[in-house]
Design a protein around this ligand. Structure first.
Ligand SMILES: C[C@H](O)[C@H](O)CC(=O)C(=O)O
Ligand SMILES: [Mg+2]
Length: 393
């Protein structure tokens, strides 16, 4: 079994939601005047799709072993990622053993001159996740078992979406809202941000966690003012307030926020070297790597060990089953994120809907480990979604 080799690697693209979860139709809460680094340009303020947040689409990586077993994974990256898989990375996979530790290193080192973060690491993550899925299917074990076994029988979730009040009724432990107004909307925007938080606090009562996701859109001064103003409304954490490159700003923000408020970031950070910067510079209390963007599960295990040694929690960004299997196995990941993908955030639908079949969802804000007890990541591609292979070698 350990001698099985990789026969074929194939890369496809898919449109419409799923791993590229910002690729949604009109009227979705996720595209409704959310503060972004592009909000300083009024013409790109109302919609993130207007500046191209959904241009990439989903990358699907399929890896076939010499015995015909197929593993797959989805992440964001679309056509350019498919090119990188087929034209560059496939050479390090085809013919190699399924469990060859060299593969990740070769993908990373060979792309250093144009990679390191962003699209290239998304692509490597997709390949890595497909390999874990393949190994699980070959061994007939869920990925959480391959990782060494679960440390909990049940995962607990907070919900990200426009309606924490509804998420509370659905049993989630907290609600994270998008911030709507950025620095370019001045004092009036700041007031509106704080009013929205106050309104939500009134609806959910004093104990329910409320968080704000700032999607890289603020400067240090604004973020500090927001955090101080939000304190009286019991804000639990301020997320991704600054550019992911501004490690110095995050370290300062962590000093500036009121005592007890957490600073979180990292969904757009990549690899153990990027997270080392966040951790060693004291940038945040919780790191939020996205397993589909940070280098895959192989890299996330290393990032998590580093975080553990810095007494930081790891609460992965989104990523559905790819995160759930990981969170189940880590003491320093006490809860998980669930992104509410229903257009009005008023019901629980699978996070990567409609691209995966068999994708488990929290029930009453929780997920039993038994929901993850299937080989690999335990999901299939939905045959109703149109796969396209742009660079068939
Ligand atoms: C809601 C945020 O703007 C973004 O779409 C998702 C995100 O950053 C998160 O789930 O965290
Ligand atoms: Mg976020």
């Amino acid at each position: 079994m350990g001698h099985l080799t990789i026969k074929h690697v194939r890369a496809f693209v898919l449109r419409g939601g799923g791993a590229d979860y910002h690729d949604q139709a009109d009227g979705h809460w996720i595209d409704d005047h959310i503060s972004t680094p592009m909000s300083k340009y009024p013409e790109y303020r109302q919609s993130r799709r207007s500046f191209g947040i959904n241009v990439l689409g989903t990358l699907v990586v399929e890896i076939e072993a010499s015995n015909g077993t197929v593993g797959f994974a989805v992440t964001t990256g679309g056509e350019p990622a498919a090119y990188i898989v087929e034209k560059h990375l496939a050479r390090f996979l085809e013919g190699a053993r399924v469990t060859d530790e060299k593969i990740w290193d070769q993908m990373y080192q060979s792309t250093l001159y144009y990679g390191r973060k962003g699209l290239v690491i998304n692509t490597i993550s997709g390949v890595d996740l497909a390999l874990w899925d393949l190994l699980g299917k070959i061994r007939q074990e869920p990925v959480h078992q391959l990782l060494g076994g679960a440390v909990r029988d049940e995962l607990q979730f907070y919900a990200t979406g426009a309606r924490p009040d509804l998420a509370q009724k659905m049993g989630f432990i907290g609600g994270k809202m998008p911030l709507h107004h950025g620095p370019s909307e001045g004092e009036e925007g700041l007031r509106k941000n704080l009013e929205a938080l106050a309104t939500m606090r009134e609806r959910v009562g004093p104990d329910f966690w409320l968080m704000l996701d700032c999607w890289m859109s603020l400067d240090l001064n604004y973020a500090t003012k927001l955090a101080i103003g939000a304190h009286e409304h019991g804000l639990k954490w301020i997320e991704e307030a600054l550019s992911p490159d501004d490690y110095w700003g995050y370290a300062a923000l962590r000093n500036n926020v009121p005592k007890g408020m957490l600073v979180t970031t990292g969904e757009h950070e990549a690899t153990r070297w990027g997270f080392r910067m966040l951790l060693e510079m004291g940038c945040c209390d919780i790191i939020q790597p996205d397993v589909g963007w940070c280098g895959g599960l192989t890299e996330l295990v290393k990032i998590s060990a580093l975080a553990d040694a810095h007494n930081a929690m790891v609460v992965p960004h989104g990523s559905s089953v790819y995160s759930y299997h990981f969170v189940a196995t880590r003491h320093n990941s006490p809860f998980a994120e669930f992104l509410m993908m229903a257009p009005k955030a008023d019901e629980v639908v699978p996070m990567f809907h409609p691209q995966l079949l068999g994708e488990p969802v929290p029930v009453n804000g929780r997920m039993r480990l038994s929901a993850l007890d299937k080989p690999g990541f335990g999901v299939d591609l939905n045959p109703d979604c149109q796969l396209h292979r742009p660079y068939n070698r």
